[in-house]
Design a protein around this ligand. Structure first.
Ligand SMILES: *Cc1c(COP(=O)(O)O)cnc(C)c1O
Length: 409
């Protein structure tokens, strides 16, 4: 492990960053949508398809064995990454969305009934709202909402009241808001839910890239996240669950891999985690994802968080000096995401013009329309940073933003 965080070296590890876009150096500030991949991950994908490609688990030949070992090695790395009790509680999915739908369609279908309440927060991504609405409708259950205040902080007093005045069966909240960056107090949220016997799913899509999560210390029932927001490939997600819960849950999809024995008289299901991994999985990308975890581990401890914190403070300070600019979401606990609006200018126009200066940010509702509605906005501009970003990139961004505003007003 390196003992010093060398930003020049780190940037070299991400080859995509070194390019010109529309005649200007690329400034990639859309990390909350997806992160870039280190060379190690790109090389792993290349290696897998060049040397090891085969289907996993059933093959007896050497390539099948290599492919299986590589795939299962990532599961082992994830067990360590999350401090899970065992590898069979790590289920590979295609992403956060797939993991949440799996829990809603299995745990939810088996456990929710008429009059039950599922709590989500006003800060959620659509993928942590819609699956709950779908199963609630089917089961006659009801989705209720933990309110958020003007600054973007969840109202914990209202949360406890909701827990105490309803038959709450399930709480589904994100650890970190993708739209405005708020870090939610999940330890407290979980403790309070457990007090009334409710189970909790944490949407960790935005948090795993920024700080360590210990699923045992936090007593998390379910955790879902995506590899592509954690410097790994697209098309891979992770669902962690407590063993007793996963064991009691019926399978989600039927097919190969998830069975023990199939006959027309009836079928028995495979054990965890394979019960939930029907069909040929995304072997190459799971394998390569393991290298993203290795890469993160190779960075000096706390360096990622410190670098991002410095970027957040600097960007906030620079942006606040712009006339007519308002930052949406000013929670005291935030990751390096700055969402903002500018008087009289449509966010989309800003996004389009910034691209002409090589700057990539996200504009729109960020898959969080109920949150935009809460603030009576159609959308925001969102700059989201990763540890490979720099203050000089923020300078380029702020300069481009000022020119953009002049052009638009
Ligand atoms: C990105 C994101 C999701 C959805 O992740 P997918 O990779 O699109 O499945 C869910 N929740 C949050 C908070 C996110 O940021």
């Amino acid at each position: 492990m390196a003992d010093k965080f060398d930003i020049e070296q780190v940037r070299k590890d991400f080859p995509i960053l070194d390019q010109q876009v529309n005649g200007a150096p690329l400034v990639y500030f859309d990390n909350a949508a997806t992160t870039q991949k280190p060379q190690m991950v790109i090389d792993a994908l290349n290696h897998y398809y060049t040397r090891d490609n085969a289907n996993i688990h059933r093959g007896l030949h050497t390539l099948a064995e290599r492919a299986t070992t590589g795939y299962e090695l990532t599961r082992k790395k994830l067990k360590d990454f999350l401090n899970a009790e065992s590898t069979d509680q790590i289920i590979f999915t295609s992403g956060t969305t797939a993991g949440i739908n799996l829990v809603a369609q299995t745990y939810g279908r088996a456990n929710f009934s008429k009059g039950d309440v599922i709590l989500v927060s006003n800060l959620e991504h659509h993928s942590n709202i819609v699956p709950w609405q779908m199963i609630a409708e089917e089961k006659g259950a009801e989705v209720q909402v933990i309110p958020v205040d003007e600054a973007g902080v969840l109202d914990m007093k209202a949360y406890v009241e909701l827990l105490d005045s309803n038959r709450v069966k399930f709480v589904a909240v994100n650890h970190v808001s993708n739209a405005i960056g708020t870090i939610n107090p999940i330890s407290y949220i979980i403790e309070q839910a457990h007090r009334v016997g409710a189970k909790v799913l944490i949407d960790g899509a935005q948090s795993v890239a920024h700080f360590e999560i210990d699923v045992q210390a936090l007593d998390i029932d379910f955790l879902a996240f995506s590899a592509h927001k954690l410097f790994g490939p697209t098309g891979v997600g992770v669902l962690y669950g407590k063993r007793t819960l996963l064991e009691a849950m019926p399978p989600y999809q039927g097919g190969g891999e998830m069975i023990k024995e199939v006959s027309f008289a009836g079928t028995t299901y495979n054990e965890l985690p394979y019960k939930f991994e029907a069909g040929t999985p995304n072997i190459a990308d799971v394998y390569a994802f393991g290298f993203a975890l290795d890469y993160l581990k190779s960075l000096p401890k706390n360096a990622v968080w410190e670098q991002e914190k410095a970027l957040l403070d600097y960007a906030t300070e620079q942006l606040m000096q712009i006339d007519g600019l308002r930052i949406v979401g000013q929670a005291p606990e935030k990751i390096a995401v700055v969402s903002f609006v500018i008087d009289g200018v449509h966010p989309q126009d800003i996004g389009v013009l910034l691209d002409k200066f090589g700057v990539a940010i996200r504009t729109g509702h960020h898959c969080a329309q109920p949150l935009m509605a809460r603030y009576e906005l159609v959308g925001t501009c969102r700059a989201s940073f990763a540890f490979y970003n720099t203050k000089s990139e923020i300078d380029l961004f702020v300069k481009a933003l000022k020119r953009t505003i002049t052009m638009l007003s």
